[in-house]
Design a protein around this ligand. Structure first.
Ligand code: ZN
Length: 479
């Protein structure tokens, strides 16, 4: 007599730490992070390759949909709204059209709790409840599903007033940022504990943004390779201390999680030292790709300049990565690049941008990519024609022009010390997980199919990731 048995777990917890950097968690700070290190010891772990671009929006939704950003149709928080030159749109939850992990779970009757997952504002109905993310405009917004959950949160003394993000994390007063990060994180974990202990759930997921903010605000103080690093500075241990704080909060939270739950800790991308910025539009201007009707009166953003579109081939935008848009005949209102010249123009830009060196003229390892090389399909009203990873992401893209300088060490949006890195991390521990690590070859889009399999739910054929077998072993026939 034989029968096929599927033994499925009943509960899954995902703790998302935005931007958590594998080399810090697995190596540099590991001895001071007992809870994360214990999870690794008892589970599996490794780097988790982010999507392209490795940016919060679209990364979390790529993870939760198991679709690449081309399929999702947005390439950052701000995207072109149409083919005009200036109109931009914000990728909120309303831009998310693909089904997400919790949609599949809800259909299968699983109760979900979602707390702070990027790109969930404005909230949507789920089979369970939701508190929206760091892009929520304010505590006055309708930030919960169901709506009455908001009143309940306002009544929690260790949570109210709830904080979505560090307010003003680019301010020069570093001690304010440090203190508000700790406070915000304590509140988020207190709310997580409240929800986990008072609401029904099969799937719980939270995302903490402080890990991202701490890198951007404090990297220069801890990294001897940063050009502004000073040994013995008063903020040297801020990043490490913050990770310790997060590790303690994780330890507290896991006390209320049943032993047979599968626990994931994931990040959407990593962080690395930012060496400086490259003024993309300034470069395009100097090279003659971008033409102005009159020289800039003062340095400013492209929108502040009088662009001669009838002579402009390409323009760009700033951010952790650069985007280049071509002014294509028949596509843009005053496009001049003929369709027949489109590929040749892109190829020339790739060659020249990759050759653009650092201040000393030496190559910095810039990579320029075409969207169709990165994605299964390319959707969206107007995806960038080129993605530019300056210095392989050790340099950011600066949109400002008019300084005459190609290299800048001051950010146009305030102090910022870290850029994103391609690899985030994954730690998973559960009753059927055989400890071992590091595992290689994991990527963001693998998380959703892995969790579906853990729940015994069929993985839809159009998901682009694969099940991580070390976390969700395929079903075994039991005699
Ligand atoms: Zn992120």
């Amino acid at each position: 007599m034989s029968s096929n048995q599927r033994s499925h777990i009943t509960k899954v917890v995902v703790i998302g730490l935005d931007c958590a950097e594998p080399s810090l968690v697995f190596e540099r700070f590991a001895d001071r992070l007992p809870n994360l290190s214990l999870l690794r010891e008892r589970g599996v772990w490794g780097k988790l390759r982010s999507c392209d671009p490795p940016i919060t929006v679209p990364a979390w939704m790529s993870m939760m949909s198991s679709k690449d950003p081309g399929t999702l149709g947005y390439y950052g928080f701000r995207n072109r709204a149409d083919h005009s030159y200036e109109k931009m749109t914000t990728a909120t939850s309303l831009a998310v059209r693909e089904p997400l992990l919790w949609d599949y779970l809800g259909k299968a009757g699983k109760k979900v709790i979602l707390l702070g997952v990027p790109q969930t504002y404005p909230p949507r109905a789920v089979n369970g409840l939701m508190v929206t993310d760091f892009l929520t405009p304010s505590i006055e917004s309708n930030y919960t599903y169901p709506p009455e959950l908001k009143q309940e949160i306002a009544g929690l003394p260790d949570v109210h007033p709830y904080e979505f993000d560090v307010s003003n994390f680019r301010t020069p007063d570093k001690s304010i940022i440090r203190d508000s990060m700790h406070r915000m994180t304590s509140k988020r974990f207190a709310l997580a504990r409240h929800l986990l202990t008072t609401k029904p759930w099969d799937f719980f997921m939270m995302v903490e943004m402080g890990t991202d903010r701490v890198h951007h605000a404090f990297w220069q103080y801890m990294d001897p390779s940063h050009h502004r690093y000073e040994k013995g500075n008063p903020y040297e241990s801020v990043i490490e201390d913050y990770y310790v704080h997060v590790d303690n909060r994780i330890g507290d939270l896991l006390q209320v999680v049943p032993d047979d739950a599968v626990i994931f800790v994931v990040s959407d991308h990593g962080a690395q030292c930012m060496e400086g910025g490259i003024a993309l539009n300034e470069w395009l201007l100097q090279k003659g790709y971008l033409v102005l009707l009159e020289p800039p009166a003062a340095p400013g953003r492209l929108e502040q300049m009088k662009v001669d579109w009838s002579k402009t081939t390409a323009w760009g935008s700033g951010g952790y990565y650069g985007r280049v848009f071509l002014n294509v005949e028949g596509r843009e209102p005053r496009g001049i690049v003929p369709a027949a010249q489109y590929e040749a123009t892109r190829n020339r830009l790739i060659e020249e941008l990759e050759a653009l060196g650092g201040p000393d003229g030496k190559p910095i390892g810039t990579r320029v990519l075409k969207p169709e090389e990165l994605y299964k399909t390319v959707r969206g009203i107007s995806p960038p024609d080129l993605f530019v990873y300056f210095g392989d992401l050790r340099w950011r893209s600066v949109g400002t022009l008019g300084t005459g300088e190609l290299h800048t060490f001051e950010n146009d949006t305030g102090p910022d010390d870290a850029n994103h890195a391609y690899n985030g991390l994954l730690i998973a521990k559960g009753p059927n997980v055989t400890p071992g690590g590091p595992i290689s070859g994991m990527q963001l889009m693998d998380v959703t199919p892995t969790i579906l399999r853990l729940f015994g739910i069929d993985v839809p054929a159009d998901l682009q990731g694969s099940v991580i077998d070390e976390v969700a072993p395929s079903e075994v026939a039991v005699n």
